[in-house]
Design a protein around this ligand. Structure first.
Ligand code: SF4
Length: 458
């Protein structure tokens, strides 16, 4: 959701005439898009705010703005703690933030707003999730904001409000716009995306996906993040009719213990979750299933944890986001008996070992195959390599093909589908060699192997 919001902010900034700066110190406007889903994210955001105070001291004309969930949660106290901020915009004030950025552009009209002094949107350590030559290839389209489910550990309904579904016609229009701008893959985004209901009609999530898939030129479709409760047979049967659907379903488990699921207010038992898995297997037999798991939720016993560990060990999940429970102010679970930190860490290590072995085996199974993946850009860890994502969302890293040396990123993004021959599997993904590149997903691809010329017979 934050990535989708960042894309919106970057779009508004670009249409107001800004360009993205490489470093905060080169920027006229610095926007910090914050998360509050875990305590660590909150601490980092405040740390970043005080770090940026130095920039503001050095250049008082700089505009420093905070948005996102932390801004929503602490809107009354944030400017008291950080008086150097020029604005705090909550999760429902993105449009106003866009308007403010556009207004400020006038102030910088005389200051030679060049490519060196522009706008930066720092997220994490670098300005990722913001426009670069490749970011338009995956278009985020928000279909719904907020959540009405009130899981007892979750801050989202408190900072983003209850369900607010976007009219289907708006989703379809934005999809078309993103595809026209060059998106090869559309990701429908919502806190509980498959609970979608068209406020202007009666269409559900299945219908939305079928309609989105009819967008002329749409190559791939994916979505994040669904809730197990909202996968009905009807929705899954609709999804099975979408030829562009990526073969990966994220199905957050959180815990495999019924008493824990009940206290989490997750609205399903393990048996009901397993039923949804069976339906997915029936309708989308090729889909990889990924998940989220919370370790050491308040009151989690060793027996509860063992149930989760045993379930993960069955090998059901191609990958999992695993977290130690993090206390969130204002949520019910924050007031309950907490699992001691040492116990939590020890359980987390056991769970991570188990899931990492499963994930590694899933990636190893790709060795010797050629996978088609959408380029994401230059690998952050190794600048001599390209990073790409397979349809089942596995990261693939491969050296720049020699045929692309000297090619500008813009041109590289024109043929963004890479056929990668996989020769290594890791926990984080796979490594390989690019053997073909294709302009469109449906294209056969252009081979990058040099034609062999036999000089004796030529
Ligand atoms: S369904 Fe997801 S977003 Fe909604 S309250 Fe639960 S964890 Fe939070």
């Amino acid at each position: 959701m934050n990535e989708a919001d960042s894309q919106y902010i970057a779009d508004r900034a670009a249409s107001a005439g800004y360009v993205v700066a490489e470093r905060p110190e080169d920027a006229n406007v610095v926007i910090l898009n914050t998360c509050t889903v875990r305590e660590g994210a909150e601490r980092r955001a405040y740390g970043r705010m005080s770090h940026f105070k130095m920039l503001k001291n050095a250049d008082p004309a700089l505009k420093l703005v905070v948005t996102g969930c932390l801004a929503e949660q602490d809107r009354d106290s944030m400017q008291r703690h950080a008086p150097h901020l020029d604005g705090v915009f909550g999760t429902k004030e993105l449009m106003q933030l866009g308007d403010a950025i556009a207004r400020w552009r006038e102030e910088f009209a005389d200051t030679a707003l060049s490519e060196e002094r522009a706008l930066v949107v720092p997220l994490g350590g670098a300005a990722d999730c913001v426009t670069d030559a490749f970011s338009h290839l995956r278009g985020f389209v928000t279909v719904q904001r907020g959540c009405s489910y009130y899981c007892t550990f979750c801050i989202v309904p408190h900072v983003r409000g209850r369900f607010d579904h976007r009219p289907m016609v708006d989703v379809l229009n934005e999809t078309k716009q993103r595809v026209d701008e060059g998106a090869r893959e559309i990701m429908l985004v919502g806190q509980t995306v498959n609970a979608y209901r068209d406020p202007a009609g009666d269409g559900d999530f299945g219908e939305l996906c079928r309609r989105v898939a009819q967008t002329f030129g749409l190559e791939r479709l994916t979505f994040i993040s669904p809730h197990p409760k909202d996968f009905t047979k009807k929705v899954l049967s609709d999804l099975a009719q979408v030829p562009q659907l990526n073969p990966r379903i994220h199905l957050p488990l959180q815990s495999a213990s019924d008493p824990v699921l009940r206290r989490m207010n997750r609205k399903y038992t393990l048996a009901q979750y397993e039923e949804k898995v069976a339906w997915i297997r029936e309708h989308l037999p090729d889909a990889a299933i990924t998940t989220d798991v919370i370790v050491a939720f308040p009151g989690e016993t060793e027996e509860d944890f063992q149930a989760t560990l045993d379930y993960v060990r069955t090998g059901i999940f191609a990958n999992a986001f695993m977290f130690i429970y993090s206390k969130r102010r204002g949520t019910p679970a924050a007031h309950w008996d907490q699992v001691p930190a040492a116990v939590a860490s020890e359980r987390f290590a056991r769970l991570a070992d188990a899931q990492n072995a499963v994930t590694r085996a899933y990636h190893d199974r790709k060795i010797g195959t050629i996978v088609r993946a959408l380029v994401q850009g230059v690998s952050k860890k190794d600048r001599s390599k390209l990073a790409a994502k397979t349809l089942d969302n596995v990261t693939v890293i491969a050296p720049f093909p020699s045929s692309t040396s000297g090619v500008r990123p813009d041109d590289l993004a024109q043929t963004p589908w890479l056929d990668v021959s996989i020769d290594a599997g890791y926990v984080w993904g796979c490594g390989g060699t690019v053997v073909r590149r294709a302009e469109r997903f449906a294209d056969a691809g252009i081979s990058l192997e040099r034609p062999l010329v036999n000089l004796l017979t030529a």
